[in-house]
Write a protein that binds this ligand. Structure first.
Ligand code: ADE
Ligand code: ZN
Length: 325
């Protein structure tokens, strides 16, 4: 049986963390340039550190790594490098999670990070024609009040911000903690998304929908524990930004064959395939598509549906979506 060559399909990536796209080579280079101590000293050591037992074990390494980002140039370089690599996988549009709180707490000025990221996105569009926008990710371990400060800081840059998002350690930090700040983001006309049902159970997914009124759910795979919820997600056409290799690395599923992406598709859920934190989880978007093709057995028709879902589930205006379909 022939299988479609996923590398030839145009794609949109809807779930990737800028800070999680730092390749070991750049991480080491920025650490040296900025005099920042990191927990490894070679690319081999960095790759060897990427063995995780759960979400928190990953976040510990991810938070240590992102400290190498200090200047506008650093933020511009990592943004341009991710978009260049994504473009090689025929990503035409990327919606990039960017989490300012970890940087603000280290004393990085909001203007420095935003101007660098915007420079990287603008240059990538000019060089390669790839479009992109930001998802401003709140970190759920921090208080909701901080989120309002982030909204205010980001307001002057709103042209580049597509949505408010939510990431970080899920269990113990349920969506309900952020009800007011998400309402404020929606009042300001922003889209909203949230990580839910990755480490947390189906109740977290339900809260993200009922209390935060999100347009998309990041991961969301544990919705499967609640069949009525799966039906609601399918009926409402809510997009799940699923990250299969991430889910295997963080032990959400024991292996790729056990992943429920195919089951969710068959239940009528609008599923997309994304990379989350590609160097940490061993693959970019095409690697994730190929893992689903060979490990889950997605058909050519499924693969094409999922790739199209990336565009229709994006926050691009309808007339731009149409260009990609
Ligand atoms: N931040 C970066 N990657 C994440 C993930 N997979 N879950 C929650 N927060 C994250
Ligand atoms: Zn994520």
């Amino acid at each position: 049986m022939t299988m479609i060559d996923v590398s030839r399909l145009p794609k949109a990536e809807l779930h990737v963390h800028l800070e999680g796209s730092l390749e070991p080579e750049m991480l080491l280079e920025l650490a040296a340039r900025n005099g920042v101590d990191i927990p490894f000293h070679s690319e081999e050591e960095a790759r060897a550190a990427c063995h995780f037992t759960d979400l928190q074990s990953f976040l510990n390494l991810y938070y240590a790594g992102l400290r190498v980002l200090r200047t506008p140039r650093d933020f511009a370089e990592v943004t341009h490098a991710y978009l260049t690599r994504a473009h090689a996988d025929r990503v035409r549009h990327a919606e990039i999670y960017f989490s300012p709180q970890g940087h603000l707490r280290r004393g990085i000025a909001f203007a420095d990070m935003m101007e660098g990221v915007i420079e990287g996105m603008t240059a990538a569009r000019a060089d390669m024609g790839i479009s992109s926008g930001l998802i401003l990710g709140l970190q759920r371990q921090y208080a909701e009040d901080e989120g309002f400060e982030v909204l205010d800081l980001a307001w002057p840059y709103r042209q580049h911000v597509l949505a408010l998002g939510l990431g970080g350690p899920e269990v113990g930090n349920p969506p309900e903690k952020f009800t007011r700040v998400f309402a404020e983001a929606r009042r300001r006309g922003w889209h909203t998304v949230a990580h839910a049902g990755e480490e947390g159970d189906a109740g977290y997914v339900r809260q993200a929908m009922d209390l935060l009124h999100v347009d998309r759910i990041d991961h969301g795979v544990r919705c499967a524990e609640d069949p009525a919820l799966v039906r609601t997600i399918a009926e409402r056409g809510i997009t799940l930004t699923v990250c299969p290799l991430s889910n295997v690395c963080l032990r959400v599923f024991p292996d790729i064959a056990a992943h429920n992406l195919g089951t969710l598709l068959r239940a009528g859920v609008k599923v997309t395939i994304n990379s989350d934190d590609p160097p940490y989880f061993g693959g970019y978007i095409d690697d994730n598509f190929r893992a689903c093709q060979t490990g889950i057995g997605l058909s050519d028709a499924d693969i094409i549906t999922v790739a199209r879902n990336g565009f229709t589930g994006s926050f691009l205006p309808a007339e731009e979506v149409a260009v990609h379909l």
